[in-house]
Design a protein around this ligand. Structure first.
Ligand SMILES: Nc1nc2c(ncn2[C@@H]2O[C@H](COP(=O)(O)OP(=O)(O)OP(=O)(O)O)[C@@H](O)[C@H]2O)c(=O)[nH]1
Ligand SMILES: [Mg+2]
Length: 444
């Protein structure tokens, strides 16, 4: 793929619409535009309404609002043109034909953003934030993605990098001028406290990274319990639809039934599972196995018991983890008294709308407490977490070596810098870049 190619793509949503935007980027942008206009090129960064013509026949194709950008002051950093044409497939077809005949080619997924990244219009974390913003479905996702796209994480790692460079300067000073009086101990000492601060900052960011990742991906919650406890009834009531079959026959749910909800601004995937019990039935046994696996994988478990039958309490508690929820269902028939320190126990009836809203409120509280958008910009992907962890490991090694063997500390600090470079997308990580940009849509 040559960056010298001039590329184009539809940048707005597909199908029939009032307006469709075609984007062009690369050195031939102006030439391709000129071939479709009868007068001269419009001035850069000014909108102009013009008739665009077929370069071969001279026949009018459409009337378009045209925006021209000159390199480097454009999204990609290259010459760019935006054509706001009428949103019909036939118009797009005709204009695309004219662009193909001018020697342009269709952009690949994420190619505009990749050019913006390669021309230093944004770093990799900002490009990732942009991809997340385009994919965002809830308010929390939008807020987190917008912050990252606007350089939130970049300013965080820029501070980390400054701290590493300060320490490195101090350490190198000690190595290069060992005889200068007064240099060694003081410098090593100064680098030491800077590295302690940096390690604390990295640890704090790493601690918040799971929440950042959860906001991006959404949250997985599984409802588990013995047969007939009312798991499916609770899921149906929460999602306000008949997602799972409810019956008084034990062992009704066998497959995992998933419903998607938005709770506390986050997308939540709620899984209904087969009632946990020993069974001779092969299909039901497979359902029970899947239920147990799902319970291990999710972010939060909701255990459900029939208040009138606590015989499976210990078995369900064995699956629950601290911070999970235990529901004592069918409180309209009978109530039970269970209280636990690490598990949130709630008595309710799946048949009471009020109780279900109470449960929704509890879930909202848990989600905004544990998985909300962090106050400060932070790590939102496993990729970020791995880079920050590598950086922290190197910083801690450097800290240990500072007194014993400062020449090794320098090596460690360079490793820490490399981890930051990877986070920023400055290191040679072609395969990672291919993977990230290919997940964008065409036209971005
Ligand atoms: N009285 C009363 N009955 C309930 C309540 N919740 C559920 N039930 C009834 O209990 C029975 C079992 O409900 P389900 O939701 O199918 O239970 P389940 O836990 O999904 O059962 P399996 O899928 O077999 O594991 C049904 O007859 C429900 O109508 C409740 O709060 N009060
Ligand atoms: Mg069920």
């Amino acid at each position: 793929m040559s960056s010298k190619d001039t590329i184009f793509a539809v940048a707005s949503g597909g199908g029939r619409a009032g307006v469709t935007i075609l984007r062009i980027s690369g050195p031939q942008s102006d030439a391709a535009l000129a071939a479709m206009l009868t007068g001269g090129l419009p001035a850069p960064r000014r909108t102009s309404l013009r008739t665009i013509v077929n370069p071969q026949t001279g026949g009018a194709m459409d009337q378009a609002l045209i925006l021209r950008f000159k390199a480097p002051a454009s999204f990609t950093g290259e010459d760019m043109v935006e054509l706001h044409v009428h949103g019909s497939p036939a118009v797009v077809e005709a204009v695309s034909g004219a662009l193909f005949s001018a020697g342009l080619r269709q952009a690949r997924a994420g190619e505009f953003t990749r050019r913006a990244f390669e021309n230093a219009r944004m770093d990799l974390t900002e490009a990732e934030g942009l991809a997340d913003l385009i994919d965002s479905e809830t308010e929390a996702q939008r807020a987190q993605a917008f912050r990252q796209m606007s350089g939130g994480l970049k300013s965080v790692y820029t501070e980390w990098r400054e701290a590493i460079l300060d320490a490195l300067a101090a350490v190198e000073g000690e190595i290069d001028f060992p005889d200068e009086e007064d240099v060694p101990d003081k410098l090593a000492l100064r680098a030491g406290s800077g590295l302690d601060d940096l390690a604390r900052a990295l640890e704090k960011s790493l601690a918040g990274s799971r929440a950042g990742e959860r906001v991006r991906h959404g949250l997985d919650i599984a409802v588990i319990g013995p047969p007939n406890a009312g798991k499916s009834s609770i899921i149906n009531a929460l999602s306000k639809k008949e997602a799972a079959i409810v019956s008084d026959e034990a062992g009704t749910t066998r497959d995992i039934v998933e419903v998607n909800l938005v709770i506390g601004g986050l997308p939540v995937r709620l899984s209904d599972t087969a009632g946990l019990r020993d069974t001779e039935n092969k299909i039901e046994a497979e359902g029970v196995r899947r239920a147990r696996v799902r319970a291990q994988d999710v972010d939060l478990r909701i255990g459900v018991l029939d208040s009138g039958d606590l015989s499976e309490l210990a078995a369900i508690e064995a699956v629950l983890r601290p911070g999970d929820i235990l529901l004592l269902n069918k409180s309209d028939v009978c109530t039970a008294n269970v209280s636990r320190e690490t598990i949130d126990v709630m008595s309710l009836s799946a048949h009471s709308a009020e109780d279900i809203e109470g449960l929704r409120g509890k879930l909202e509280a848990i989600i905004s407490d544990r998985f909300k958008v962090q106050e400060n910009a932070g790590l939102t992907r496993a990729r970020h977490r791995h880079c920050a962890q590598a950086c922290l490991d190197a910083v801690q090694r450097a800290r240990r070596n500072l007194d014993a063997a400062p020449e090794l500390a320098g090596e460690d600090l360079r490793a820490a810098l490399h981890a930051i470079k990877e986070l920023a997308g400055e290191a040679d990580i072609e395969a990672v870049l291919d993977r990230i940009f290919s997940r964008f849509c065409i036209g971005k």
